[in-house]
Each structure stands twice: as structure tokens, then as C-alpha cells.
Design a binder for this molecule. Structure first.
Ligand SMILES: NC(=O)c1ccc[n+]([C@@H]2O[C@H](COP(=O)([O-])OP(=O)(O)OC[C@H]3O[C@@H](n4cnc5c(N)ncnc54)[C@H](OP(=O)(O)O)[C@@H]3O)[C@@H](O)[C@H]2O)c1
Length: 342
């Protein structure tokens, strides 16, 4: 059935992958700064009451919209507690209020990392990245969605990587910075255990899942859009980055994988204070990121429970990640004549 959808975050990594998959519906994008191409838009801001819309636009929208897909969020771990809360929690509350006014369903894109509270570092040293603010905001927003009684779903992706076939992605995110540092040989060690799971989900798999919950009008469900037991290990992720770099003629050497506890106990106190402030900050930010993305246990995975979706398989995921790294190398112009994929 053709629906009228209000999509937030259409210019972001998830929204940009999702938008073409909603083509059979009428989609109105609530646009903040960056406009997606070829879509109906309203300019708004979730940090402003009434979604930053004038009352006439708000009322007209509430009359027309029957599904809200909420992808807008601060995903920057360095954004600070207040701005993160303002957009991710208060912004979600405003959108829930809109969904109630519109009598619409709401699908909220959360994060699988809400399950990893123990992974956040209490001491971030000179770092600026503090995933605790982001995770607290995603948990609080989930609770608002549950308490609202608005029909719909909570969808929890893990780390989003590029398109399975092309590796393309709207924006290179934190994991790509790590991959870039490995490819550029600026990372001699990585605080990861080789067997830790690094759960990745290609953007097309996530976008197909969100489009499927809209299509099948799924209600009252919370889904983990993750690889789960099929997730790659940290050792395999590094191997794939090195292989993609080598294929592009970059002679990449794998960084040493070092137990994070040893980094905290030995490397940090002995070497960190001798580094320049900017290197110290980058190192601390990397520790915060690796502590979050790699875990000893797998996430739950419920893709197979969404109509029309299939679970992620490890070899397919390895191939998709290889393409993502190939795309990064090509986009940066680092490889032999713009190598872009396997
Ligand atoms: N990417 C991942 O790896 C990942 C993993 C797990 C969960 N998630 C979740 O997936 C969702 C989408 O993430 P993403 O990676 O696509 O984020 P993103 O690339 O950082 O995009 C964020 C989006 O939010 C919009 N936005 C920012 N401030 C806004 C405001 N004040 N009002 C309205 N819109 C605003 C941005 O629009 P402008 O550009 O115009 O400001 C942009 O479209 C988020 O809820 C995130 O927590 C993402």
C-alpha cells in the first residue's frame, strides 16, 4: 500500500541508503542543513519545538503523514552531552508528539550498541570522544518510544558500512578512520583481541530491513539489524583491510593486536604523556571507539524475523567489507589508479 512517509535524517548514512527504497511511497523529508536530491522536502529542525516548522506546515504535514521513519541523530561521539541529548532524546520526543498528532506509526532507528554499556571507558583522558553520551541518548530515546504507545518499531543496527555491491556510503565514519590509519601505516598497534566480534551491517541490508517494516506495517517489535553470530572477528577485519590495501599496491602491514587491558596498564602510562596533545587525543579517541565496537559476545540478530529479510552470512559480509575498504581507498585516491572494489 502506498503511504505518506515523513523521513528524518535523509541526508545521513542510513537515510541516504533508505530513500531510494521508499520510492513506491510518497516521501517527505524533514531536512535540516543538507538536502537530498529529488525528494519532497520541508525545512525543519528537531531541536526546535514544533520540529522547527511554522504552525501551518506542521498542521498540513500532520494531516498527510501516516508513517514516520526517524533516522536523524547526532552520531558524533565528541558532540557533548547536552547537544546529543537535545537532538537524540528531546528531538525524538518532539517527533513522537508529531506522530501522535498525525495518528501515524513511527519506526525509530536506534543502535545495537545500547546493549554494550560495559564497553564504554570511564576514563577518556585527553580524548574528546565519549560514547557514553550517545549511548545514554539512544537508550533514553528508545524508552520514550516504548512509553509513547505509538505503534511501530525500534530498529537497532550495528556499525553501518557501505553498499554490499559497490562499497559506496554517504559519509566515512569512525571505523573508516581506523581502516584509513591501517592503510596509511600510521597505526602500529590496535587495542583489540583477535577473536573479538566487530559487528558490521551493509547499508543496503539495513535500508532493505527498514523498507520492509514500512511495507509490512510491522508494529510492536524491536529488531536487531546485526550480523550477530555471523559477525567478523577483529583479526579478520584487519586481514581484510590489509588485503584491500595490498591489492591497491599500498604495501600495508597489519598493526599488532594488543589486549586492551595491556594498553591501559602498560602502553598508556608509559608512552602517552610523551606524545604531542593532538596525537594523545587521537589515541584516546581510538581507544574509546575500539572499546565500543569490539566485543567478546555477539549481538542478538533478528533480521530473519522481518518479512522478506534474510540473516547476514559471514562470507557475504567479508565481501561487503572488502568492497567498503576498496571504496575508501578509491575515494581517497590512495590506490593504483583509483582501485575501488574487489
Ligand atoms: N551510521 C552508523 O554506523 C549507525 C550505527 C548504528 C545506529 N545508527 C543510527 O542510525 C541513525 C542514522 O544515523 P546516520 O549514520 O545516518 O547519521 P548521520 O549520517 O550522522 O546523519 C544524521 C542526520 O541527522 C540530521 N540532523 C542533524 N541535526 C538535525 C536537526 N537538528 N534536525 C533534523 N535533522 C537533523 C542530519 O541532517 P543535516 O546533515 O542536514 O544536518 C543527517 O541527515 C541514527 O539514529 C544513528 O544513531 C547509525
Amino acid at each position: 500500500m502506498k503511504r505518506t512517509i515523513l523521513l528524518t535524517g535523509a541526508s545521513g548514512v542510513v537515510g541516504a541508503a533508505l530513500l531510494p527504497r521508499l520510492a513506491r511511497h510518497r516521501v517527505i523529508c524533514l531536512v535540516h542543513r543538507n538536502k537530498p536530491e529529488a525528494a519532497e522536502i520541508v525545512l525543519g529542525d528537531l531541536t526546535i519545538p514544533g520540529l522547527g516548522l511554522d504552525s501551518c506546515t506542521y498542521r498540513n504535514l500532520a494531516r498527510e503523514v501516516d508513517v514516520v521513519v526517524h533516522c536523524a541523530a547526532t552520531t558524533d561521539f565528541s558532540a557533548g552531552a547536552d547537544p546529543t541529548r537535545e537532538l537524540n532524546v528531546t528531538g525524538t520526543a518532539r517527533l513522537l508528539e508529531f506522530a501522535a498528532d498525525a495518528g501515524a506509526t513511527l519506526h525509530y532507528v536506534s543502535s545495537a550498541f545500547v546493549a554494550r554499556s560495559e564497553a564504554s571507558r570511564a576514563d577518556i583522558g585527553d580524548g574528546t570522544a565519549d560514547p557514553r553520551d550517545y549511548l545514554a541518548s539512544k537508550r533514553a530515546a528508545e524508552q520514550l518510544v516504548r512509553d509513547s504507545g505509538i505503534p511501530g518499531t525500534i530498529l537497532r543496527p550495528s556499525v553501518v558500512i557501505g553498499d554490499s555491491a559497490t562499497g559506496a556510503i554517504a559519509k566515512f565514519q569512525a571505523l573508516y578512520l581506523l581502516a584509513a590509519a591501517i592503510v596509511r601505516k600510521t597505526l602500529p598497534l590496535l587495542p583489540l583481541r583477535p577473536d573479538d566480534r566487530v559487528d558490521l551491517v551493509p547499508q543496503d541490508v539495513l535500508a532493505d530491513a527498514v523498507a520492509a517494516v514500512v511495507k509490512h506495517d510491522v508494529r510492536g517489535a524491536e529488531h536487531w539489524i546485526t550480523a550477530g553470530e555471523a559477525a567478523l572477528t577483529a583479526g579478520r577485519v584487519v586481514e581484510l583491510i590489509v588485503a584491500a590495501g595490498d591489492r591497491a599496491g599500498l604495501d600495508v602491514r597489519a598493526p599488532r593486536l594488543v589486549d586492551p587491558e595491556m594498553v591501559d596498564r602498560l602502553v598508556r602510562p608509559a608512552f602517552l604523556e610523551h606524545l604531542p596533545p593532538v596525537t594523545r587525543r587521537r589515541f584516546e579517541d581510538m581507544l574509546a571507539m575500539t572499546a565500543l565496537v569490539a566485543g567478546a559476545t555477539a549481538f542478538p540478530a533478528t533480521l530473519a524475523e522481518i518479512p522478506g529479510c534474510r540473516p547476514i552470512e559471514t562470507p557475504v559480509l567479508a565481501c561487503a567489507f572488502d568492497r567498503s575498504i576498496g571504496h575508501l581507498i578509491g575515494a581517497m585516491g590512495w590506490g593504483r589508479s583509483g582501485e575501488s572494489a574487489a
